[in-house]
Structures are given as C-alpha cells and as structure tokens.
Design a protein around this ligand. Structure first.
Ligand SMILES: CC(C)(COP(=O)(O)OP(=O)(O)OC[C@H]1O[C@@H](n2cnc3c(N)ncnc32)[C@H](O)[C@@H]1OP(=O)(O)O)[C@@H](O)C(=O)NCCC(=O)NCCS
Length: 170
C-alpha cells in the first residue's frame, strides 16, 4: 500500500461522500454537503472563506480525506471540519498523513490555534487528536493551541514508519 496525499478536486466529492456515509447519513446527503462546503456556499458557524480539503489516494482510490477552514469559532484561527478514513483501512497511519497535510495548510495560513468538534464517545478520534498534540477544550471540542506541534508528532511517526509522504507545498 502506497498512499499519496493531494488536494481534493470536485471529481473526488462522490468518493469523499462515501467515506462520510460509512459513519453517518447517506452518500447523497454528503455529496451535497461537501460540495456546498468546498464551494463556500455553506459554512459552519463563524467560518471564514478560506478552506481546504486533502484526499489520501491508494491505487487511484480515495481511502481518506480531511477538510478544514479558517474560523473565529471558540477564538480559534482554524477548525478541522472532517477527517475520515475508509473503515477497512484504519490504524495504518492514513489519518496521520492527512493531519500533517492540513496542519501544514493551517500554518501557511498563519492560523495556529485550531479547534475540532469531537463527540465525547468517539474514543478513536479523541485518541487520534491527542496523539497529534491536541488537548481537551471541553466535552465536545479539542484544541491545538499551536498547530505547529503536529509536525513534531509526525516526525516521531516518520522515524517508526518511513512511508509517510506529505507534499512540501500545497
Ligand atoms: C479517527 C480516524 C480518522 C483515525 O484514522 P486512522 O487512519 O485509523 O488513524 P491513524 O492510523 O493515523 O492513527 C494514529 C493514531 O490515532 C490513534 N487511534 C486511531 N484509531 C484508534 C482507535 N480505534 N482506538 C484508539 N486509538 C486510535 C492511535 O494513537 C494511533 O496511533 P498508533 O497507530 O501508533 O496506535 C478514523 O478512525 C475514522 O475515520 N473514524 C471515523 C470518522 C471520525 O470519527 N472522524 C473524526 C470525527 S471528530
């Protein structure tokens, strides 16, 4: 398995929607929701216009994606909107690669304080965010006070698994 991370394109939306639908709602629901979000036609609370999505591709198939935007929510500079990995391919470091890409985009945007909404019962996501340096803000939110810390956690992971490939510039 050789996973590549790249910027999402419009044509990726149906596969991104299929991944979201593994967790909640239907693919049709997510095709519309993701499309509206990426085109800036629908925004979460206090979101700014700047937003991005990256996909993880394996052998031409989208196996994960992440999306985030600039925001003023919770006095943050950015919000991680969605991160999903194909349920059959979890625990292989794919979300970590996506996290590295979106963290680097936030840094380029000079957005350092980053929030993410996470259900209290979503232990996998909580563990994942904590693994990359996020702290608990309250029952429903976690936070990177300075998202630049993500790169140090990525470095540690790279030392263990040298297959991480993140684009230098996005
Ligand atoms: C959360 C999610 C994106 C993680 O994706 P992933 O590719 O499996 O994550 P990684 O393999 O990069 O995991 C990195 C670290 O996260 C933690 N982690 C990931 N899944 C975990 C699980 N099921 N239980 C405990 N810790 C977990 C571990 O610390 C792991 O490090 P390790 O491999 O050294 O143990 C994935 O489980 C998912 O898509 N869940 C459904 C969607 C979702 O809940 N998104 C977040 C909404 S807030």
């Amino acid at each position: 398995m050789s996973v590549l991370i790249r910027l999402a394109e419009d044509r990726d939306i149906p596969e991104m929607a299929t991944l979201r639908a593994q967790v909640w709602e239907t693919a049709a629901f997510w095709v519309e929701r993701i499309g509206l979000y990426l085109r800036g036609e629908h925004s979460p609370q206090l979101a700014l216009r700047e937003r991005v999505a990256f996909v993880a591709v394996d052998a031409g198939r989208i196996v994960g994606f992440v999306a985030g935007h600039r925001t003023h929510r919770h006095a943050c500079d950015g919000e991680l909107q969605w991160i999903n990995v194909d349920e059959k391919l979890r625990k292989r470091g794919i979300a970590g690669m996506l996290m590295a890409a979106v963290a680097s985009w936030f840094v380029q945007q000079q957005a350092l304080r980053i929030c993410v909404n996470v259900a209290p019962e979503n232990a996998a996501a909580r563990e994942f965010y904590a693994k990359y340096g996020a702290l608990q803000l309250n029952d429903h939110w976690m936070i990177w006070e300075d998202v630049r810390v993500v790169s140090s956690f990525v470095e540690k992971k790279l030392q263990k698994k040298p297959r991480l490939h993140v684009p230098e510039s996005t």
